[in-house]
Ligand binder design. Sequence first.
Ligand code: NAP
Length: 224
Amino acid sequence: MQERKENSKQSLTLRNGVSMPLLGFGVLQLDYIDLYLIHQPYSDYYGAWRTLEKLYKDGKVRAIGVSNFSPERLTDLCLNSEVPPMVNQVELHPFYHQDDALRIMKELGVQPQAWAPLCEGLKNIFSNKILEKTGMKYGKTAAQTALRWNIDRGVSVVTRSSVPEHMGEDQDIWDFSLTEAELSAIDQLDLGYSEILDYGNPCIARMFLKKRGIQEEKDDRVIL
Ligand SMILES: NC(=O)c1ccc[n+]([C@@H]2O[C@H](COP(=O)([O-])OP(=O)(O)OC[C@H]3O[C@@H](n4cnc5c(N)ncnc54)[C@H](OP(=O)(O)O)[C@@H]3O)[C@@H](O)[C@H]2O)c1
């Protein structure tokens, strides 16, 4: 991906004291990073964004973006930044479509990217009848059909596997595409909410800030 470089440790401390580890430069010893995302819209993410803008302008990061930003937070960041986010990585799979959020990302020119594109293996996704039947026509598995479904609606996917055969399968999705009718058939799988993580729940903010050691200094009433 990139040329490795010796002794190029860097880290940044934001104005509110939150440290932003630049693992790509420090530990991995890279000259640049392809894509750097802010994980969640919590704490001083505007401070973090200004830092990312600088890294982007300095050529240290090829693309900058965010993750788990709601349409409203994403719109605000786009309207209040010199370099708007290029990517928003959110939960997107056949059981959670987020069509309205996708529409806003497209209007803003932000590339949607899916985390949990295989629903983290939940809900028997790998033996789902609609996905299996749709994929069968192309000689593809339910997993490949689920990944291709996101690609066909303009979403890039980041999947995860520890099994070499699965890794190969997940990459072998570029020789077919779904018809309008097949895409519509998958519409009926949408639950309209996440069964993995509900970012609309304020407890999620408390949980993540506590994990990062920020919240308990101010408030130890963490309700989960
Ligand atoms: N931005 C965020 O907030 C956020 C949140 C969660 C995850 N992520 C990222 O999203 C990426 C995707 O990971 P994920 O955890 O969300 O899950 P995922 O990709 O939806 O699902 C991963 C699971 O699917 C299985 N799998 C993968 N390919 C398969 C195949 N072809 N056939 C059968 N099983 C298959 C894997 O098991 P095997 O190992 O057995 O193949 C693993 O258990 C990761 O890079 C993760 O770090 C980001």
